[in-house]
Design a protein around this ligand. Structure first.
Ligand code: ADP
Length: 425
């Protein structure tokens, strides 16, 4: 699985690059072909123009009824384009070019046998004459020198590209579609990979969390059936208390997981009551004071909000505060200090829980509210958890119409701010 992933990416990248290269060379070939076709069309137009000019020449000097020999003789001996006006040549060229599908502007010139221009359009570029298209107007076996028609067609390149515009646009469009599909596929693959890693982490955590109480219970039961203990009521009380405690702990863990599933199915119903938020915060802080003491930490309560009555579910609200404080303790360093502050912010009560613990980087901050997400906490990897606490807190805060945000600096600490709507007067 680990190796297949990069392999797929390499293969898809190669094939996308391959398709792009093939497409580019295909477009290049098509441009060359179009250019050749364009040249042929111009040559054909020039040929048609020559025929038309010769035709008109004969018509202009009709002396005896036309037969082929006479025609050839006339052309061979007498042909000159001097009998044509500029407009006439312009009109002949225009009609033959349009007939051959060439629509852009053009300039022309006819040079006589002394290589001087007889007729020329105003914009004909004399100095570039040798790079223009040309055709000899006099027949091959002419008795005189040659008269040559030069044709200069503007914007050749753009014209060709504009003729291929749909093809180029379509290939760019489809290439973009292929690249987007590729990016989407890779992103989905990464997400799936992440998800499966998260799931296996969760299973590991869960097994670990349940194994410890199970082992303790098993040891306590062994002790209970021991001959020395079985008649000692104090010891029986001690061991059964232990079993009860461990059982409670296990129940709590299972409850956490079930709760997450209930949130997922949106099955949680709030039992809203009027509560004094400060009172609940103090209660939760009391419950956790032992844990804080164990870590030699300090807790500062600065409950400054003047309005602190909220409509909330007591159990869930207490759990929310508990989870945030519990995290502040769990993800702490030495000299733990937790500040809990409340203040009024319009119609909301803001509760800030600030710690000086390990903190989080930006990537972690953006993901902590996802279910099962746990940051890799380096040497704190023994900190237990399912990655469900904050997703629960967020779901509950939002169910109460509130908001939660986090500000944190890696190595320095984090501040979670929960905003709960105050009870409306
Ligand atoms: P759990 O604590 O069970 O892992 P949570 O959903 O409560 O799950 O927290 C998710 C992750 O967010 C934690 O694994 C930890 O990496 C990070 N985290 C939460 N609270 C804090 C905090 N106060 N300081 C640093 N990291 C925290």
């Amino acid at each position: 699985m680990k190796k297949i992933f990069p392999l797929i990416i390499v293969l898809i990248t190669l094939s996308v690059l391959g398709i792009m290269v093939i497409q580019m060379s295909w477009i290049k070939n098509a441009i060359t072909l179009k250019r050749e076709q364009f040249k042929k069309e111009i040559d054909r137009s020039l040929g048609d123009s020559r025929d038309m000019i010769q035709e008109r020449f004969i018509a202009k000097v009709p002396q005896v009824p036309i037969n082929l020999d006479y025609r050839q003789n006339m052309l061979r001996n007498l042909f000159t384009s001097q009998v044509f006006s500029k407009d006439e040549v312009q009109q002949i060229l225009e009609s033959t070019l349009r007939k051959n599908n060439i629509k852009q502007p053009f300039e022309f010139a006819i040079y006589n046998i002394y290589n001087t221009p007889v007729i020329a359009s105003d914009g004909f570029p004399m100095q570039e004459r040798d790079n223009t298209f040309h055709i000899t107007l006099t027949p091959e076996n002419s008795m005189q020198g040659q008269e040559v028609l030069y044709l200069y067609v503007k914007e050749d390149k753009n014209y060709i590209i504009s003729r291929m515009a749909w093809m180029i646009t379509a290939s760019i469009l489809f290439t973009c579609i292929i690249i987007s599909a590729f990016v989407l596929t890779v992103r989905t693959m990464f997400r799936q990979k992440n998800l499966s890693e998260i799931k296996s982490d969760f299973i590991n955590n869960m097994t670990h969390e349940l194994k410890t109480p199970l082992a303790t219970i098993s040891l306590a039961i062994d002790a209970l059936v021991n001959e020395k203990v079985i008649h000692d009521t104090d010891k029986i009380r001690y061991y059964s208390g232990m079993i009860k405690e461990e059982n409670k702990r296990m129940n709590k863990q299972v409850e956490k997981i079930l709760q997450a599933a209930r949130i997922e199915r949106q099955e949680i119903k709030l039992n809203l009551q009027t509560l004094d938020a400060h009172e609940i915060i103090r209660k939760v802080a009391d419950n956790l004071s032992l844990q804080i003491q164990e870590k030699n930490g300090k807790l500062h309560l600065n409950l400054g909000a003047t309005k602190h009555t909220i409509e909330a579910d007591e159990v869930h609200f207490s759990n929310m505060i508990f989870n945030l404080m519990d995290n502040a303790i769990k993800y702490s360093k030495d000299n733990l200090v937790i500040h809990i502050e409340t203040l009024n912010n319009g119609p909301m009560l803001a509760i800030k829980i600030k710690d000086n613990g390990i903190g989080m980087n930006k990537e972690t901050q953006s993901r902590i509210f996802e279910k099962f997400y746990r940051a890799h906490t380096g040497n704190l990897h023994n900190v237990k958890g399912f990655g469900l606490g904050l997703s629960y807190v967020k779901a509950m805060v939002e169910a109460h119409g509130g908001k939660i945000k986090v500000e944190s600096t890696l190595g320095k600490g984090s501040t979670f701010t929960v905003s709960m709507p105050l009870q409306s007067a």
